[in-house]
Design a protein around this ligand. Structure first.
Ligand SMILES: Nc1ncnc2c1ncn2[C@@H]1O[C@H](COP(=O)(O)OP(=O)(O)OP(=O)(O)O)[C@@H](O)[C@H]1O
Length: 585
């Protein structure tokens, strides 16, 4: 699909529900245009009558009558335009609302791959730049184009009906204008597209730097961060300048041509009077009428060129949003099977997987986590531990082999059913706005306060919550500053305990917390693991000594497995890992 088709597909999709208000507004614009197009001919009549009066001293009745009609038509034009504008503003707000909802909903259905490969800032700019551009264009440009097109066509028809020679003189320069506009618009289109892409990149940079502010400050990287910003900002400035420059020169160009046309119209009218094609009075009337028409005729051209950049930015936005709409969604397997807990085992069976086709990360990994047992996976950084978690939870699909729950391939399970059976405690726990209790209840909103407190106790969080000013009703402050990393992880464990998943994945993170918190986390983890089928990604071997089985992963392959004591006896890779870690404890 071409870029233009993409933009139109997107806009049609969201605007087609508003056919009725659009048609009514167009109808009112049509009425307004008819009034606006007729008014100048009345002005001409008035002038003809006035000049006849000056010459022959007849009656001024027609003059006053024409003036009154003209005022009436202009008033009618204002009222109809006002009604059309009101309807359009309302429908635009609703359509933009639909687009925002559509985008957010779509993002919620996207695959993890999309979020892994797109920066937050780029995604945010869809909301705060692209949708805004569409809103502005719909409000200020879309209907302007409709009304101006109607005015344009109407003016041409009326001009040719009144006097074809003068009508020709008005439209004489149009082919040249259209050719020049086409050339300039093509150039502007490229630069305006570029402008939006650069704005997206700048947003992504700002977002990344703000997220990494702690590191920037502690590592003394502020100058570097500002230098990076200046570089990205300069790209935006350059793209904006070029985009606005090319789209901006259209307007003065067309305005220049419209002035030239006044001269052409007056000269043609004067020529017609001098060559006696028309009487002096009628000729003067025609000149006044056609200078007015010349203005009305050029108005759409100047208007459209002045809003061109706005329109183009909206089309670019629509294209970028349509690209998002086309993205692959998570396959929810609506007709899939369901399981009720884990009754046998969760298995990885000869799994091969790579995030990209050219780089395989897991090379035939097989792991079995029998019901009720805790299996830990250890291995050097980058060996593929987190990748296994991503496959079990079906964030990604295997290239070959299978991940099975009680023998059922996860790809055959309803996604909702799979996720409801799996609970994950991540290293980086996220708290949402709301109270502490709301956050513990996150996965089970209907949980009673007693259940919340019991989960918090089991997760070793209760004592800390009792020290907070409003205890379980304490709001999570912006930026979650009232919670430390360790406390956030305890809260995340409490959340998981409350949901009571059949299968648990723990991405253990005891590395950057103090020893007291570390002990608490350890205790909470032991509590949450007890009696549950679980898979623990271990970074510190001390924490997994009691696991039923330890799987050692290296370069995407299982090289050893068994209980801690057996692996130590074996004196292989695990033994080396363990002894080197213990030396630092
Ligand atoms: N979203 C991704 N896209 C592409 N490659 C990825 C992605 N996530 C991880 N990788 C790559 O896959 C490999 C395994 O990464 P993974 O995160 O599974 O390792 P890990 O054992 O969990 O490491 P760590 O102990 O540091 O967390 C690495 O080479 C990593 O660069």
């Amino acid at each position: 699909m071409s870029d233009k088709q993409k933009s139109l597909t997107y806009l049609t999709k969201y605007l087609k529900n508003y056919k009725k208000p659009i048609l009514i507004s167009v109808a009112f614009y049509l009425i307004a245009t008819i009034a606006q197009v007729i008014a100048p001919s009345l002005l001409g009549q008035a002038v003809t009558n006035l000049s006849a009066f000056v010459k022959w001293h007849g009656s001024l009745g027609v003059f006053y009558q024409a003036l009154a009609w003209m005022a009436g038509f202009y008033a009618f034009n204002s009222v109809a335009t006002y009604i059309a504008w009101m309807m359009m503003t309302r429908f635009n707000a609703n359509a933009n609302n639909d687009m925002r909802k559509g985008l957010f909903g779509k993002l919620q259905r996207m695959t993890i791959r999309y979020f892994d490969t797109h920066q937050d800032g780029q995604i945010l700019s869809l909301f705060n730049s692209d949708l805004d551009n569409i809103f502005n264009a719909l409000n200020n440009a879309f209907f302007e184009i409709i009304s101006q097109s109607l005015l344009f066509v109407g003016t041409i028809i009326v001009m040719f009906v009144i006097n074809w020679k003068l009508a020709l003189s008005v439209v004489a320069t149009t082919p040249l204008i259209l050719l020049l506009s086409w050339i300039i618009m093509k150039k502007a289109h490229v630069y305006l597209d570029n402008q939006q892409d650069r704005v997206g990149e700048l947003n992504a940079y700002i977002n990344e730097q703000l997220n990494g502010e702690n590191v920037i400050i502690t590592q003394g990287l502020r100058d570097q961060s500002v230098a990076g910003f200046k570089k990205e900002n300069a790209k935006v400035r350059e793209a904006m300048f070029k985009g606005q420059f090319y789209s901006g020169i259209l307007n003065p160009l067309v305005s220049g041509f419209s002035l030239l046309n006044f001269a052409i119209v007056i000269a043609t009218g004067a020529y017609m009077i001098m060559t006696k094609q028309v009487s002096q009075a009628a000729g003067l009337g025609l000149i006044v009428t056609f200078t007015e028409y010349s203005w009305t005729y050029f108005q759409p051209l100047t208007q459209v060129t002045s809003i061109y950049s706005m329109l183009q930015l909206a089309l670019t936005g629509a294209r970028r949003l349509e690209t998002v709409e086309e993205q692959e969604e998570e396959n929810t397997v609506p007709d899939g099977k369901t399981i009720l807990g884990v009754n046998d085992a969760v298995r990885l069976e000869d799994v091969h997987f790579g995030y990209t086709p050219d780089k395989e990360i897991l090379h035939g990994v097989s792991i079995e986590v029998p019901k009720g047992q805790s299996v830990a996976v250890v291995g050097p950084t980058g060996s593929g531990k987190t990748t296994i978690m991503n496959l079990i939870n079906r964030f990604y699909d295997v290239n070959s082999g299978a991940v099975t729950f009680d023998g059922v391939d996860v790809r055959d399970l309803k996604l909702e059913n799979l996720r409801s059976n799996v609970g994950i405690v991540l290293q980086d726990s996220v708290l949402f706005s709301g109270t502490v209790a709301d956050n513990i209840r996150y996965g089970k909103p209907e949980a009673s306060m007693d259940e919340v407190i019991a989960a918090a106790k089991e997760a070793q969080l209760h004592d800390f919550v009792m020290t907070l000013p409003e205890q379980y009703d304490t709001p999570i402050e912006n930026g979650q500053a009232n919670f430390s990393t360790g406390q956030k992880q305890l809260l995340s464990i409490a959340r998981t305990i409350l949901v009571d998943p059949a299968f648990l994945i723990l991405d253990e993170a005891t590395s950057n917390v103090d020893t007291v918190t570390e002990e608490k986390i350890q205790k909470a983890m032991d509590n949450v693991i007890a009696g549950r089928t679980s898979f623990v990604i271990a970074h510190r071997l001390k924490t997994i000594l009691n696991s039923d089985k330890i799987v050692v992963l290296k370069d995407g392959q299982v090289i050893e497995e068994g209980p801690h004591a057996d692996l130590i006896k074996k004196r292989g890779f695990y033994y080396q890992l363990y002894t080197s870690q213990m030396a630092f404890e």
